[in-house]
Design a binder for this molecule. Sequence first.
Ligand code: AMP
Length: 432
Amino acid sequence: MSAFKPVRGMRDFLPEEAKIMRYIESQARKTAKLYGYKEIITPVVEPYELVTAKVGEEVRLRMYAFEDLSGRKVALRPEFTASVARLMATTLRNEPKPLRLFCVGSLYRYDEPQKGRFREFWQSNFELMGSDKPEADAEILLLTNYLMKSIGLKNYKFKVGHVGVLRGILSQEGLAEDTQNQAMQRMDKKLYEEAIKIVREAGASEKGIQTLQKLVNLRGEDAAKVLEDLMKAVGDYAEAVEAVKNLGEILSIVAGASEGLNITVDAGFARGLEYYTGMIFEVYVPELDIALAGGGRYNRLVELFGGEPTPAVGVAHGIDRMMLALQEQKAEVNLREAPLVMIIPVNERLYTEALRIAEILRTKNIPVEFEVMGRKVSKALEDADRRGVDHVIIVGEKELREKAVVLRDMRKKEQAIVKISELPATLKLQVS
Ligand code: AMP
């Protein structure tokens, strides 16, 4: 049999990468705590109908979908929002609002594997349910900023838009939701010509098309200026005007609360997922041309799943891509790990006693590795040195008679006899 490899699009995370992934995850958990989001854990396998309902064609065509042994049509989740909305429509429907929910885990999409695009990837996901206020949208932007900053990312930028602007124009032009979705999907892929063609063929007026053409070229870092131009461009489209006002409110709250946030307002910005109804955004770094995170407002999804009308706004942070961005930026991920202690019994008769000492230290939160290769002390010390062990405890008969061991500092190359009862405190002192 030839050697096995992971399935295409799937990866192993070896210790160095697993450490960074878990570090980002731990920062996401910290963010959840600081902003008041409670963790929920939802299944990887969901009903096919649920996860395909509103994700948009792009994701729908890339689903890991299959029938289970009872003939149920199921899918591996391609995102978290549908699962959270399902809960909001059922078990959590009577919970007092607002409800802030956090999840983290793996997602599955049959995307074409390339740099930063995998078939199994990881997200931390935040959903704020029950508020239609711009403060709620601002909170999602601010917590995303907090997370990006806290992992040590530099030069990241927000790209922000509002689905209501494009939808407002397309609705007033009489386009059915389906046609709107098709046009928006093309916009998401920056296929503006194709989008305009769809809109034209669906019977939009010349004015409508000209307005859209203006929007796709309207973007910039001076939010006030872009919003002003945008307002002029959409003047006759009432819903679009409301959307521009809403975006202006959100951005002014964000600017007031956090200085130095780098935001590009992009009037022609659309996102692949169909459920968005309001502000949408993505996060980028100059080193990668794919988004690190994406989110926005979706006010109708919970209702679509049979729940109460529930305004909602959320974000998904791509953990794999955040790691990639940190690697590209050669960021020092400051993972202060407790120094390693290794314990070496001088001979087999002392194994039990050495293990007992190791257990005592572990109960005091001191990480200890046991020498399991049966090596002689000199060889075991060489191995400890090679692996960057900080302290070695040598358990020998002579010292044991005095209820003591030899404690060797591998960096200073010094050693001393230390009472076993004083070992935890001595190591703690040296470790901290
Ligand atoms: P979405 O759920 O499409 O809004 O994506 C949110 C974030 O998830 C993106 O900004 C990416 O960081 C991440 N993401 C989406 N698809 C993939 C993928 N195939 N591989 C890695 N990360 C992904």
